[in-house]
Design a protein around this ligand. Structure first.
Ligand SMILES: Nc1ncnc2c1ncn2[C@@H]1O[C@H](COP(=O)(O)OS(=O)(=O)O)[C@@H](OP(=O)(O)O)[C@H]1O
Ligand SMILES: Nc1ncnc2c1ncn2[C@@H]1O[C@H](COP(=O)(O)OP(=O)(O)O)[C@@H](O)[C@H]1O
Length: 201
């Protein structure tokens, strides 16, 4: 039987991926979840999904975006306190909301890491995965974050990733490295079956 290192989750942590629409937040959250592996307690709280369910009453006013951030922050902290690696690809455009979520985590002894996916507006608009920038440019929608609505950049993120410069795989590895550095994850030697050992087991 061959053995190889595997990632083990030592404690829960919230990893909040903040940045503009199209920056790569959801893609990175999914890639980190895959890298960390199936045996680990990991959840992704995606802004769009939360907005279709418990936040279906919210729009994109300042008050509603603040409420969205605080609701997601509440759930994230609960999951994290129960030893889940909680990945949160949510824009959270206001420093005040992000700070309130961080403080809630600190009050409860839960780890909170802020990852600023700092892909610039021009690149996000070029990707335009949901067609939102085209709609904003044609005047069909208003209030798109970073385009004609505010985005307050994090001043002291735990990690900053510009995905123009780095592909999704290596960017996700930087997040895993941060989690290793902070002791949330660690490498452990684990037995791994080779192909023929697996078939003959
Ligand atoms: N005006 C405007 N501005 C920003 N985003 C918009 C807007 N209208 C719709 N969408 C879609 O909503 C997703 C963002 O939801 P969030 O909950 O992450 O945003 S926020 O934190 O409340 O600002 C966002 O998802 P992402 O593209 O994954 O960021 C969009 O799909
Ligand atoms: N290095 C990268 N990291 C993440 N996404 C990337 C990268 N390069 C290109 N992309 C593409 O950019 C888009 C980002 O969309 P998405 O992850 O939904 O962003 P967000 O959740 O921030 O709105 C996807 O189509 C993805 O394939």
């Amino acid at each position: 039987m061959a053995s190889g290192p595997a990632l083990r989750l030592n404690r829960g942590a919230t990893v909040w991926l903040t940045g503009l629409s199209g920056a790569g937040k959801s893609t990175l959250a999914g890639t980190v979840a895959e890298l960390v592996g199936g045996g680990t307690e990991v959840e992704v709280l995606d802004g769009d999904e939360i907005r279709r369910t418990i936040s279906s009453d919210l729009g994109f006013s300042r008050q509603d975006r603040d409420a969205q951030g605080r609701r997601v922050g509440f759930i994230a902290e609960l999951l994290t306190r129960h030893r889940v690696l909680t990945l949160v690809p949510v824009i959270a455009p206001y420093a005040e909301t992000r700070d309130a979520v961080r403080e809630r985590h600190e009050r409860n002894g839960s780890a909170f890491l802020e990852v600023y996916v700092s892909t610039p507006l021009g690149e996000c608009a070029r990707r335009d995965p949901k067609g939102l920038y085209a709609k904003a440019a044609s005047g069909e929608i208003t209030g798109l974050t970073g385009y004609d609505d505010v985005y307050e950049q994090p001043e002291h993120p735990d990690l900053r990733l510009d995905t123009t410069e780095l592909d999704a795989g290596p960017s996700a590895e930087r997040i895993v490295d941060l989690l290793l550095e902070r002791g949330v994850l660690e490498y452990v030697e684990s037995p791994v079956l080779t192909g023929s050992e697996y078939r003959d087991r």
